[in-house]
Design a binder for this molecule. Structure first.
Ligand code: CP
Ligand code: NVA
Length: 306
């Protein structure tokens, strides 16, 4: 019996697995008749502590097209950590489902789940990481640029869960990543160190206009993530000057494409004419959530003896 594999952060994949995953996602996108059905007759539990439009829907459809049955669960229905411990909820779901995926407030909740069950556990977003998003983002950049090696991606904004997962994806793919944030909102040191130790070319900046010059792609995300709503006023003030608008994209250069994981706040972290303009890849990214999730789930399930 091979060891089960979890996907809590992008660096749970090797560079070869990352490359294979993106290749299969792209191939199956163009040839849906070739998608295998490794989840035939099996369930996938999808537990959400926070709202979701893209992640829930894309993961459900990925499960369905792999032959499986998605079971959507809200924490209040199972009383996560209240009616029953996180471990016991996870063990219960694993009695019926061959994959356990969860969107949680605390990353530690995922680690607890992963330690309690012998089915793969997938991170659908935690305060620390959003690895499924990064898979879709790198799939999108690969489609647009042909390959990732040596391309320059600049993330402008909060050094948050999305930025962290992009850093690990950069390390695995050879893309150069600069994260430009206001002082106090930079990417965590341990994330930068870990990504650099994996060989990642990661730069940290407090000057978004300098950072974006010559970028192949400029990425931003909300200034206030889910769970940080109490800080939104302070964050709006701190992120003044970090909006990705037409002026910033002009400084980046006409080659620069725009990315955003969505949901977006037009007029806050991004100007409407950028996100809705010709350089924007956001709907390709959103669509790629399903294609990348499908390749991920296939890889995790195939690598796991039932
Ligand atoms: N990008 C993303 O994860 O979107 P949702 O929060 O709608 O799932
Ligand atoms: N950083 C955002 C991403 C949403 C998809 C959040 O955590 O709310």
């Amino acid at each position: 019996m091979s060891a089960k594999r979890d996907f809590l952060e992008v660096d749970d994949l090797t560079p070869a697995q990352f490359e294979e995953l993106l290749s299969r996602a792209e191939a199956w996108k163009g040839a849906p008749e070739e998608v295998p059905r490794p989840l035939e007759g099996l369930g996938a539990a999808l537990l959400f502590e926070k709202p979701s439009a893209r992640t829930r829907t894309s993961t459900e459809m990925a499960v369905v097209t792999l032959g499986g049955h998605p079971v959507y669960i809200r924490p209040e229905e199972v009383g996560l950590g209240v009616r029953e411990s996180v471990e016991d909820v996870a063990r219960t779901l694993a009695c019926f489902c061959s994959v356990l995926a969860a969107r949680v407030f605390q990353h530690a909740t995922l680690e607890t789940m992963a330690g309690a069950v012998d089915v793969p556990v997938v991170n659908l977003l935690s305060h620390r990481a959003h690895p499924c998003q990064a898979l879709a983002d790198y799939l999108t950049l690969r489609e647009v640029f042909g390959s990732l090696e040596g391309r320059r991606l600049v993330f402008v904004g909060d050094g948050n869960n999305v930025a962290a997962s992009l850093a690990f994806g950069a390390a695995l793919s050879g893309i150069e990543l600069t994260v430009a944030s206001p002082p106090g909102y930079e990417l965590e040191d341990d994330v930068v160190d870990r990504a650099r130790n994996l060989g990642g070319a990661i730069e940290i900046s407090n000057d978004p206009y300098e950072a974006v010059k010559g970028a192949d792609a400029v990425y931003t995300d909300v200034w206030t993530s889910m769970g940080q709503e109490d800080e939104s006023e302070a964050r709006r003030a701190a992120f003044t000057g970090f909006q990705v608008d037409g002026e910033m994209m002009a400084v980046a250069g006409e080659q620069a494409r725009f990315l955003h994981c969505l949901p977006a706040h037009r007029g806050e972290e991004v100007a409407a004419d950028v996100i809705d303009g010709p350089t924007s890849l956001v709907w390709q990214q959103a669509a790629n959530r399903m294609h990348s999730a499908r390749a991920l789930l296939a890889q995790l399930v195939e690598g796991h003896d039932q």
